[in-house]
Design a protein around this ligand. Structure first.
Ligand code: TRP
Ligand code: SF4
Length: 405
């Protein structure tokens, strides 16, 4: 399906290949993807070119990181039956769209993206005064627009990139959606809908344009989608005509903010590889138990008999993720009264983490032992993605005057 309504319902997201994933990824991103895949048409991809924007000096780790990450996606329940899983560099259409979009993107828009200066500062040891690094948010825009995705699940730090994508799409539509005689063509298309639908379309359009009535816009879009008698070109015109004066070739996506993960790291900070406080999904169970047993607690509890305060203890944050009310009450009382020791307190967390990871690790082992299956899943996803991407690129080439044959 490639109707406009279907595009609104299409989800796209990408992840840089950073290697083995940890519980922070699982509770933040992956569980979210697993839920989305049953509700929407989903495209999830490995952003391997994005990895090169910052790690161009050390490309040897990328390939292993890609497969490790894909195995972890599959192990966590991201399903190739429900979502399309692919690798960015296997769909070179992203690069062509990036090139074409670069023609219309003012430099200032890229220089103003907050991650540009921040990351350059943070990764000072690397020379990031590169063209690829400056252009990477626009590459991300191409990743999104090439699928005409309506929704992009991202963390807070990526919202600015989706915003840039919206601006680029708007500029593109503004520049290339204007065709000679647009209004006449739009009016002719309206007439093809039949009297009743035409009247409704005009009324919704008026309500939206004069009063900014969002609901009228939604209803009008649904009305257009249900029309059987008008061509795709006419539909694009009428979608554009609803909102302004040109065709919508590249629809503007919405950021779908991923709820911040409550998953703490072993030291109570955010779980992150760079802090060295992670539990990887594929860590050995004994290793995991050891990491949890040795994690820091409220420093006030020097001796077993010293009372403590869970709000000053990272173990409590794990209880907030993993424990039921009864266990939490037991922790609160036992910690404050020194009725339980920290070793006792950690045991339910250890049990819960291991229970959560058991089926994930089982599935991961199966995929590790059968890399051929993993590769064919990705090959299938690559193909499905390419098909969609090349359709969009045809539209874009036409709009930019370079569709020769
Ligand atoms: N830039 C994202 C990150 O660093 C990854 C990414 C690349 C992405 N392309 C995307 C995310 C498109 C969403 C949509 O996390
Ligand atoms: Fe932390 Fe539990 Fe020890 Fe209290 S009893 S300090 S919550 S580990």
């Amino acid at each position: 399906m490639n109707t406009v309504a279907a595009q609104h319902q299409r989800v796209l997201s990408g992840m840089r290949p950073t290697g083995l994933l940890h519980l922070g990824h699982y509770h933040g991103v992956l569980k979210n993807w697993v839920n989305l895949q049953h509700e929407y048409e989903c495209f999830f991809f490995v952003a391997d070119w994005h990895a090169l924007t910052t790690h161009y000096e050390d490309p040897s780790i990328i390939e292993q990181s890609v497969w490790d990450m894909v195995i972890d996606w599959l192990a966590a329940g991201v399903s190739p039956g429900a979502a399309k899983l692919f690798i960015q560099s296997q769909v070179p259409e992203h690069a062509e769209l990036h090139t074409l979009l670069s023609m219309i993107t003012p430099l200032g828009w890229l220089e103003r993206v907050p991650t540009f200066k921040d990351q350059q500062e943070m990764l000072k040891e690397k020379d990031l005064a590169t063209y690829g690094f400056l252009g990477y948010p626009l590459l991300q825009s191409a990743d999104i627009l090439i699928y005409k995705a309506g929704m992009v699940p991202v963390g807070e730090d990526q919202v600015a990139h989706v915003e840039l994508t919206r601006e680029v799409a708007r500029r593109f539509n503004h520049l290339y959606g204007r065709e000679p005689g647009f209004e006449e063509k739009a009016e002719a298309a309206i007439a093809k809908m039949g009297k009743k639908n035409a009247r409704m379309y005009r009324e919704y359009r008026k309500n939206y344009q004069e009063q900014g009535d969002q609901q009228a816009l939604d209803v009008a879009q649904a009305l257009l989608d249900s029309q059987q008698n008008i061509s795709i070109g006419d539909k694009e015109r009428l979608f554009g005509y609803l909102e302004g004066s040109g065709k919508i070739i590249l629809p503007e996506p919405q950021a779908l903010l991923t709820p911040a993960s409550k998953m703490p790291g072993l030291d109570g900070q955010k779980m992150s590889k760079s802090y060295g406080n992670t539990i990887a999904l594929r860590d050995d169970p004994d290793e995991i138990a050891k990491k949890l047993r040795t994690m820091p607690t409220d420093p006030a509890r020097v001796r077993r008999t010293d009372p403590g305060d869970p709000s000053k203890c990272p173990v409590w944050q794990f209880h907030e993720v993993y424990s039921d009310d009864e266990t939490r009450d037991w922790v609160q009382d036992g910690c404050r009264s020194a009725g339980i020791g920290c070793v006792d307190c950690k045991q339910p967390v250890i049990d819960a983490v291991l229970a959560e990871l058991k089926p994930i690790q089982q599935r991961a082992r199966e995929y590790e032992d059968d890399l051929a299956t993993v590769k064919s899943i990705i090959e299938e996803g690559n193909e499905a993605a390419r098909e969609q991407a090349s359709d969009t690129l045809d539209d874009v080439r036409k709009a930019m005057g370079i569709a020769y044959l």
